[in-house]
Design a protein around this ligand. Structure first.
Ligand code: CP
Length: 528
């Protein structure tokens, strides 16, 4: 049986872009390479190297970096590929050139793997489609890959890979359980946000979140950790954590991300930092055999892991950092196509967008002949949108009706109101009557499903309902000018003029996430 190399040409925008099986394969390869590099028993097999001077790897760092940038540079040199770096301080991005235009030019110079760090979130997800379109338009052999080297406070998937590799190494490659404390700026820190899905590499996960309220893990991340089956506890400082007992033997520190904090939090940085800085007095409270990790950098004046701990057995952050090069060598090898032929596991789950959310209801014996009256006068021709936000609070429905009218341009004659359900008194629903309005076209029906899922559309002719359609909640919302992500740091936010069309995927119930920055919204919140 022939197997394709499923890693070749992939983009890694978030940790979940690689399935659990794929990550375990990567770790297995990294472990093999590390053994060969450290023992020197055998000559390093060439099979690990891409050894292709025509394969262009480009580093584009729009934010400062030492470890990520330099470990990728060292990894690319290991592979003997063509390595370039965009001088972002003097590039035309500073003349307001869009990301898509900038990267498309670099793709046109026969570069295929881009390592991208940015303040804006979701950049790699956007470039994946923009770059692929460019490659198609220009008849390029190979679609480009984008590796997220950290995007705002969203994710840092390659840091997550090296963190998981190090945790597994320290756990003797046992994946059964992990009890870890995440300590520090859990609000702005992207490395801990990647842990929400990354830690699923372990079967039973207990996470102690240690951060003052202002730097606490965002609610979306906490919900997702719970969905992933993690056991969670929250503490507002190291003091309160160690005084409670049952302290984890693995601590993962993150620095206060000063560059991403607002003015109000910055003013209180000393007080907040004190809550998450390890002190000598805590040493007696940590269990025997505890390991400390840190993605680094440490602040030289105010390190949350003070330098006196460098020479103690707690120090696992130095080996963690060195593992970054090994893991990134393997990652480049997989995406470049030299490794991966022997992978036999499962790929990541693809979202299912096939859900049929527009259902035409049979009229015979079920509403056929029903009259809708506006006041006392029956509507002879037009549309009635019924069951809007059925079951929600009266005020919620009342506030949402003008939004629906505006988005669907349902101006003109008619009325709209909130009423009690006839069958279930006390259950409210919204109704929009539009006498004389022509039936909605397919695009407007899809829009209505996205802004008022659960409603029914009644088409009326000669005072009778002649067509009735029920709209369920769609699996994704896209293709409408009236939607936008409200996260100002998202690449798709209209303020950035990047021309990125907003798109949202349904994750559960009435909740959707932005395709790019993964900010979570109720369907009502995405309309402009
Ligand atoms: N861990 C990490 O991302 O470090 P750099 O910012 O130095 O790349």
């Amino acid at each position: 049986m022939a197997y394709n190399n499923c890693f070749r040409g992939r983009t890694l925008a978030v940790i979940n872009d690689f399935s659990l099986d794929e990550r375990l394969f990567l770790f297995e390869k990294a472990r093999e390479l590390k053994r060969l590099l450290t023992t020197g028993e055998t000559a390093l097999p060439d099979s690990f190297r891409l050894s292709d001077r025509d394969l262009g790897v480009y580093e584009v760092f729009l934010e400062d970096s030492t470890r990520t940038k330099e470990s990728f540079r060292n990894a690319a040199e290991f592979h003997r590929v063509k390595l370039s770096e965009l001088d972002t301080g003097h590039s035309s991005i500073n003349k307001k050139e869009s990301y898509a235009d900038t990267f498309n030019n670099l793709i046109g110079y026969d570069n295929s793997i881009f390592i991208v760090r940015s303040k804006l979130e979701g950049v790699c997800r956007w470039l994946e489609s923009a770059g692929s379109e460019y490659a198609k338009r220009n008849g390029l052999q190979r679609a480009p890959s984008f590796i997220n080297a950290g995007d705002g406070k969203h994710e840092h998937p390659t840091q997550e890979l090296l963190d998981e590799f190090t945790f597994l190494e320290d756990n003797g490659w046992n994946r059964t359980k992990l009890h870890i404390a995440l300590v520090g700026d859990l609000f702005h820190g992207r490395t801990v946000h990647s842990k929400v899905d990354g830690l699923t590499v372990f079967e039973h996960v207990s996470v102690d979140l240690v951060a003052p309220r202002e730097l606490a893990m965002p609610a979306d991340c906490i919900s997702r950790m719970k969905e992933n089956g993690f056991t969670l506890r929250e503490f507002d400082s190291i003091d309160s954590y160690v005084s409670g007992g049952d302290v984890a033997a693995k601590w993962y520190f993150t620095r206060p991300q000063l560059e991403r904090m607002g003015e109000d939090i910055l003013k209180r940085q000393d007080e907040l930092r004190a809550c998450i800085t390890f002190k000598r007095k805590y040493l007696s409270a940590v269990p025997e055999g505890t390991f400390f990790y840190h993605p680094l950098p440490r602040h030289k004046e105010h390190p949350t892991i003070p330098a006196f701990l460098d020479s103690t057995p707690l120090n696992h952050w130095e080996r963690q950092s060195a593992n970054g090069r090994i893991v990134r060598i393997i990652l480049l090898g997989l995406i470049g196509g030299s490794l991966g032929d022997t992978f036999r596991g499962s790929p990541p789950e693809q979202p299912d967008f096939s859900d049929d959310f527009i259902e035409e209801i049979e009229l015979s014996g079920n509403g056929s002949g029903k009259e809708y009256a506006e006041g006392v006068k029956p509507i002879s021709k037009g549309i009635v949108i019924d069951h809007i936000l059925r079951g929600e609070q009266e005020k919620e429905i009342r506030d949402h009706l003008p939004q629906i009218i505006k988005v669907l341009k349902l101006y003109g004659k008619g009325g709209e109101w909130v009423s009690d359900s006839r069958d279930n008194p006390g259950i409210h629903k919204g109704i929009i009557f539009r006498p004389g309005h022509p039936p909605l076209d397919e695009r407007d029906i899809k829009k209505l499903a996205a802004i008022a899922p659960g409603c029914t559309i009644n088409v009326i002719d000669q005072k009778r309902v002649v067509k009735k359609v029920r709209l369920k909640i769609p699996p994704r919302i896209y293709g409408f000018n009236e939607i936008s992500c409200k996260n100002k740091n998202c690449i798709s936010h209209p303020d950035h003029f990047e021309g990125v069309p907003a798109e949202f995927y349904r994750i559960r119930g009435d909740r959707f996430i932005c395709k790019y920055c993964e900010t979570m919204y109720c369907f009502k919140e995405i309309w402009t």
